[in-house]
Design a protein around this ligand. Structure first.
Ligand SMILES: *[C@@H]1O[C@H](CO)[C@@H](O)[C@H](O)[C@H]1NC(C)=O
Ligand SMILES: *[C@@H]1O[C@H](CO)[C@@H](O)[C@H](O)[C@H]1NC(C)=O
Ligand SMILES: *[C@@H]1O[C@H](CO)[C@@H](O)[C@H](O)[C@H]1NC(C)=O
Length: 460
């Protein structure tokens, strides 16, 4: 009887074995732990990413630029009001001064409105972001519970140890700073570094013109001390035929051009109009590469006259000697005009210099003339831009989308070149098409992919 039962059981067993086949094996895993909530982690990651994209450097810069605008505007207003008070003859106020002040008040009102809306936006962002961060923190704490193997905790401990070790090493071998002065002839001292972006604005035509230049006249006519100029390559990203003027930095930021445009010629381009973005305004005249010529044009904004200065034979022009980096050359950047404490300079290259940078002083007196010339050993195709400060030529190169490096200098007093300057420019857009130094406020003005950005030069 017992045997009778066993036999059918055995057959049943063998049958099951045959069905599941010999090389298949089923395992049952009993996990005493809870399953890791992968979906929860990805939600946290997504939220963190969103947070990062909402809070950017540009947000604070926008605010800083507006504040800076206001900061410069208010003392001007105060000055004008006290002028008005002096003109007060007891009964009648100077009508003209009153108008000036009215205009200023209007500008300031606009700035304040913009500041108000920006601040409100930021407040809202701060509140929502703080809330989001709290949530993220709580969720991460929750997730840490799943770290039963203590992996995260140990990693954190390792990182702390590594940091301590690095600090210890650096403490033992402090970085030795070179002590020799870079050059000799600067009222402010030695150029040591630049700040992060101080002004960052899309201006009046956001995103419309990729190439251009902006800045201040280092030797302005009386009454135009606070003016700013803007030249945009309005035709094919290469040519322009006018200068746009703003009565102050805040007007430029808000986009109110009171003096308006000064036109070189109604046609764009034509003989003696602007070719390429690296232009400068000096002493009420615009200096630039004349259209389709190996020459500098000096356009007097007051008399509207143009003077030409022919460059040496062999000078590369019409986009044959451009600024470049590995991925791109900047079209029609053959001639770079620059200003510094001593006036106007031109940086270019020639066939006889095998494409190396050449620097010449532009003597802007009675007759426009080319002054002393320096031949450098830096190849222009590896340079993205140049500027002059205190008689020293500086050249930049492209590091990546966020960084540009001032890597080279030539001191015109000593003739010494240095390929290891190592000052970094934090960019707001990948490409700097125009870069110029303003000796009036020691700022570098950059025009980058239609944005206007400025940096303060730090001397020591
Ligand atoms: C700022 O904007 C808010 C909302 O639009 C408004 O109520 C407030 O009066 C404004 N403040 C100033 C100083 O303009
Ligand atoms: C130069 O300035 C930048 C930021 O403004 C700073 O990060 C950097 O450490 C400075 N470099 C030196 C050598 O002081
Ligand atoms: C521009 O023209 C005005 C008027 O003729 C003159 O007074 C001024 O000196 C000129 N400026 C330059 C830089 O040549």
């Amino acid at each position: 009887m017992i045997l009778y039962v066993i036999v059918p059981l055995c057959t049943l067993f063998t049958i099951t074995q045959q069905v599941t086949s010999a090389d298949k094996c089923v395992c049952e895993l009993t996990n005493t732990e809870q399953a890791f909530p992968q979906d929860k982690l990805s939600t946290v990651e997504d939220n963190a990413l969103k947070c990062n994209s909402e809070v950017t450097d540009q947000k604070t810069l926008e605010l800083e630029s507006l504040l800076l605008g206001l900061d410069r505007r208010l003392p001007q207003l105060q000055e004008d009001v006290s002028l008005l008070e002096m003109e007060d003859d007891g009964e009648l106020y100077g009508v003209l001064s009153l108008q000036v002040i009215e205009n200023e008040m209007k500008d300031i009102r606009q700035l304040i409105d913009k500041l108000n809306s920006t601040t409100l936006g930021h407040q809202h962002l701060t509140i929502t972001t703080a809330k989001k961060l709290e949530d993220l923190k709580a969720e991460m704490k929750e997730l840490e519970k799943y770290d039963t193997m203590q992996v995260v905790k140990r990693q954190e401990a390792n990182q702390r140890l590594k940091r301590d070790l690095d600090q210890c090493r650096n403490g033992l071998h402090p970085i030795i700073q070179p002590t020799q002065p870079q050059h000799s002839n600067c009222p402010h001292g030695v150029f040591v570094n630049i700040t992060g972006p101080r002004v960052y604005t899309a201006g009046e035509f956001p995103g419309s013109y990729k190439y251009g230049a902006w800045g201040r006249d280092p030797k302005p006519e009386t009454g135009k001390e606070s003016w700013y100029w803007l030249v945009m390559m309005t035709s094919s990203n290469r040519y322009s035929n006018y200068v746009r003027l703003y009565s102050s930095l805040s007007s430029l930021i808000v986009g109110v051009s009171i003096p308006g445009n000064v036109q070189i010629h109604p046609t764009n381009p034509t003989t003696n109009t602007i070719q390429g973005p690296n232009v400068v305004l000096y002493s009420g005249a615009l200096y630039y590469n004349c259209y389709n010529q190996d020459a500098i044009c000096q356009f007097n904004l007051t008399s509207k006259t143009i003077t030409n200065l022919q460059l040496p034979k062999g000078t590369r022009f019409n986009s044959k000697g451009n600024f470049c980096h590995l991925d791109e050359c900047y079209p029609f950047t053959d001639l770079d005009l620059a200003t510094d404490e001593s006036g106007v300079w031109v940086i270019y290259t020639t066939t006889q210099d095998f494409g190396n940078l050449v620097l010449s002083k532009v003597e802007e007196g009675e007759d426009l003339m080319l002054g002393q010339t320096w031949h450098t050993s830096v190849y222009k195709l590896g340079v993205t831009n140049t500027f002059m400060a205190c008689g020293v030529l500086y050249a930049t190169r492209y590091i990546n989308k966020e960084m540009e490096e001032i890597f080279y200098l030539l001191d015109t007093v000593t003739g010494v070149e240095n390929f290891n300057v190592g000052i970094f420019i934090k960019k707001m857009s990948p490409n700097i098409y125009a870069l110029n130094y303003s000796p009036v406020d020691q700022e570098l003005h950059a025009y980058c992919d239609s944005y206007m950005v400025s940096y303060k030069v730090l001397f020591e």
